[in-house]
Every structure is written in C-alpha cells, then in structure tokens.
Design a protein around this ligand. Structure first.
Ligand code: AVI
Length: 310
C-alpha cells in the first residue's frame, strides 16, 4: 500500500515542536523513505493488519458480491497500488467502473495504465487529489457508488476528524450507496504494542525518519540517534500512540529557532485508533451511515465493515 496521508514540505511540520506538549503530524511520516518503510511494515510478522484484512476480503466474497448485486462504481480512497482492490476486481462481477483516488499523480497514472490492461472490461478513471480534503467525483451517470477505504487508515484520524471526513464522503453519495471500511479492532495490549514496536525495528526507523526528514527539509541538525521510538496503548482513548523520546537534555536548532528538549521528553508523532463494532455504529451515526454488516477474522483482530448511506 502507498502512503495515503502524504504531507508536503512546509513549516506545518514544525509547528507542534514549539507547543508545550511537542508533536509532529503523522501525515509527515510518508516521504519517499517513510512510504518504503511503511510498505515493509505491512510485511512484518507482528503487523497482522494488512494480511488479516486481505484474508477477510478473500474469504468473504459472497458479502462483496451482494454489495455489487447491481452494476456499480467502486471508488477507492488512497488507492496506492490497488493491491487489495484486485481481490474485488478479480472476483466480484458487476464492478462497471473503478475510480482510484490517490494524492500521487504519477503513481496513480501508472496504476491506472496497468489495471486497465488487466481489466479491459472495467472503466477505470483515476482522480489525483488529497481525499482528506473536500473533492468531487467524475460523473458516474446515476450508477450506484461503493466507496472502499481499506487499511484501517480511518484510525489515523482523530475521532472528530473521522466524523467530519466520513460526513464529507457521505455528501458525495446517495441513499443506498455503501462504504466498505477496514478497521483495526481493540485487542490484547501486547499484540497491539508488538505491531507498533516490531523486533526488527522497522517501525522505529519509520518513526525516526520524521527527524531525518526535518533535518533534510529544514536544514536542521537533530541527532536522530538521541531519540528512541516509543509505542504505547492508551486504553482510555482506545489508541496506539507513537512518540519519539529524547535520551538526553538538548537544544534543537530549526530554521534559525531553538527548541529545548528535556531528558525523556517525548514528541507525539502518531495516533492509531482502534474500532470495535460499537465504535463504528457511533461513527456511522455521526456521519450519516448505518452499519449493515461487520466481517471479521476468527481472532477478531480486524474488521471490514459494510455501511450504508441513510
Ligand atoms: C497507515 N496506518 C493505518 C498505519 C497504522 O497502523 O496506524 C500506520 C502505522 N504506523 C505505525 N505502523 C503503521
């Protein structure tokens, strides 16, 4: 999967470092190196999410076939290489059009060319945009629309942001249109922590790459090795948090300004919210969707939710 919350070069990246509780937005995790590291994360033994979601999709084809009982358009948010979508395109009849949406124009154009050759019977039209911002869809001539948002990316939105985001998606749809949403569930803390603090240190490298990016893009000289990766589960908020913890007291010099960092002070870099079905019902109610069906793996680690516009 490609990065979906692609950040651009901007001082936006530094704002949170001047706050009382330091933070950097997780959208900046996905520069070229970060996107490659994320790709590696999805193959890690501890990161069950990607594998589990693909398995759920493949083992429940009748559920997706019933969504596409009538010919419809499939719209994917943050399509990347459309790896998981191929499961649907390969097995589900009645997908008349496929609209992959991705921020990376070049990558999207390549994917569309490749997919069109593989699926000549499906009309494929890419939309290059930041789908987290309001956008419009091409004219789908009254066809039923099925939005596909896999990967549990919804978990990286703050709860209120997630509601507003889905409300915005809802505004592009009509009653009866549906959303297929992948979410990572609440579970044993040790399983969650391992998924975000793997033995090979790939997630640590992914997190620390934020500092490398700041050094490169802001001519800073942060000693990346003086920070360590911290992943913890916050049960009250129902989320995994990633932080970067300073091993010593130090002063960071950034764009001509200085920032004091205490020993063991943390910079908060990502939240990954976990959603059980009751959380999805609530999210749906707040954004104009009704939860129709939850399909999970046998361990109930991950769910693919079918939601309908009301
Ligand atoms: C992209 N997103 C769903 C990942 C997650 O699990 O929240 C990002 C990630 N962060 C650390 N590992 C993976």
């Amino acid at each position: 999967m490609k990065a979906h919350l692609n950040g651009t070069v901007s001082s936006d990246m530094l704002t949170g470092l001047f706050a009382e509780k330091k933070w950097i937005s997780s959208k900046f995790l996905y520069d070229e190196q970060g996107s490659q590291l994320f790709e590696q994360i999805t193959d890690l033994p501890e990161y069950y999410q990607t594998r589990t979601e693909a398995k759920i999709l493949l083992e429940n084809l009748s559920a997706w076939k019933s969504v596409f009982r009538k010919p419809a358009a499939l719209i994917e948010l943050g399509s990347g290489s459309s790896k998981k979508t191929k499961i649907l395109l390969d097995h589900v009849p009645n997908i008349e059009s496929y609209i992959p949406i991705d921020i990376s124009e070049e990558f999207l154009a390549d994917t569309v060319t490749q997919l069109q050759a593989l699926y000549p019977g499906i009309h494929i039209q890419g939309v290059s945009t930041d789908y987290t911002q309001p956008f419009t869809l091409p004219d789908l001539k009254g066809k039923k629309k099925i939005v596909f948002f896999p990967g549990s990316t919804i978990g990286n939105f703050e709860p209120r942001e997630a509601e507003l985001f889905l409300e915005n998606i809802r505004s592009l749809l009509n009653p009866g249109d549906q959303l297929i949403l992948g979410v990572d569930r609440k579970k044993d803390e040790a399983v969650l922590k391992a998924a975000y603090d793997d033995a090979a240190g790939v997630t640590a490298a992914f997190n620390k790459n934020l500092l490398t990016r700041i050094n490169r893009e802001h001519e800073a000289a942060i000693d990346v090795d003086s920070f360590s990766h911290v992943a913890l589960y916050n049960p009250t908020a129902g989320r995994i948090e990633m932080h970067l913890e300073s091993s010593r007291e130090q002063v960071l010099t950034l764009g001509g300004q200085t920032i004091e960092v205490k020993k063991q002070e943390r910079i908060h870099t990502e939240n990954s919210y976990k959603y059980d079905p009751e959380d999805i019902i609530r999210l749906g109610r707040a954004s104009g969707f009704l939860l129709r069906r939850v399909v999970s793996d046998e361990r109930e680690y991950f769910s693919v939710c079918l939601m309908e516009v009301v």
